[in-house]
Design a binder for this molecule. Structure first.
Ligand SMILES: N[C@@H](CCC[C@H](N)C(=O)O)C(=O)O
Length: 291
């Protein structure tokens, strides 16, 4: 019997079970992840984050080659037991967890490099939350998106921000409310992606900040109250559609709160950052099922 000491955390309502396993000794299986995330028979969460040292997990090798200071790796699993490459809300909550648990040195609390399956991300602690440099991004083609509640398929723009998204603009809030996300939207061509449905606020740009509102269906977790990488993808898609003159500062309203997205130049090309809250809610113990 393995008893896990866990912490429940959330960022704009995207919730996670976090636990520390520095040397990667706990066998984390898809069935164990599903048991932890089960909202009726388990703790309940959109995903599981294991705090493991980069040197103790095979995916950490590439991380340490990129940044030897990235001591901690975010081993992120979706609620259905699949491994995910990146999580924008999760990484803020994870940074908060590492600091709160005293797992990082105090001098690392300003900018903390964290390993992920998509490479190293720098997280900066601020007065009212955390900002993550999400790095480079790229457009990844167009697809048609069908969902219950929408009468005809809509065009969606593929965006890779470390994980894969398809962003679809809807006409207004009534349409956004009408989309049913109990089932995964269908994509044509097929292929796994998180899917965002987005509407602009009125007016789109106020005081130099562009404002959008979204709902999301996450692969591996279903509809969630928020998706950090999805918010980044949605802002990038809207700026792409808006063309010249669109601002680089975006405010994204998700069902669980509000996130900030900023595009900024770096020596290696444009990066995009994500800002928002991170909270640890409670701690407890959980008996893991047999592996
Ligand atoms: N909620 C996350 C994204 C989690 C991973 C995603 N479901 C995937 O499999 O890519 C976020 O805040 O970015």
């Amino acid at each position: 019997m393995t008893t896990l000491r866990f912490t429940k955390g959330q960022g704009t309502g995207n919730d996670f079970v976090l636990f520390t396993d520095p040397d990667g000794e706990i066998e984390l299986t898809p069935a164990r992840v599903r048991a932890l995330c089960d909202r009726r028979f388990g703790i309940g969460a959109d995903g599981v984050i294991r705090a493991v040292r980069s040197r103790s997990i095979p995916d950490g090798e590439a991380v340490l080659a990129e940044e030897p200071e990235a001591e901690w790796f975010m081993d992120y699993w979706n609620a259905d037991g699949s491994e995910a490459k990146m999580c924008g809300n999760g990484i803020r909550v994870y940074a908060h967890y590492l600091i709160s648990e005293g797992l990082v040195q105090s001098e690392r609390r300003d900018t903390l490099p964290i390993g992920t399956r998509s490479g190293v991300r720098d997280v900066l602690a601020g007065m009212s939350g955390y900002t993550v440099d999400m790095g480079r991004w790229r457009l990844s083609g167009e697809r048609l998106v069908s969902a219950r509640g929408l009468y005809v398929p809509r065009p969606g723009l593929g965006i890779d921000v470390g994980n894969q998204h398809v962003v679809t603009a809807l006409a207004n809030v009534s349409e956004l409310d009408a989309v049913e996300l109990h089932q995964a939207p269908k994509l044509d061509p097929e292929g796994d992606a998180n899917v965002e449905f987005v509407v602009p606020e009125e007016p789109l740009v106020k005081n130099g900040v562009a404002r959008i509102r979204l709902r999301v269906h996450e692969m591996g977790s279903g509809e969630t109250l928020s998706c950090g990488t999805g918010s980044v993808a949605a802002a990038l898609a809207f700026r792409h559609w808006g063309g010249e003159g669109m601002p680089n500062n975006w405010s994204v309203e998700v069902p669980g709160g509000r996130l900030g997205v900023r595009m900024f130049p770096t020596q290696e090309g444009e990066h995009v950052s994500l800002s928002g809250p991170a909270e640890l809610v409670y701690t407890g113990e959980f008996e893991l099922p047999e592996a």
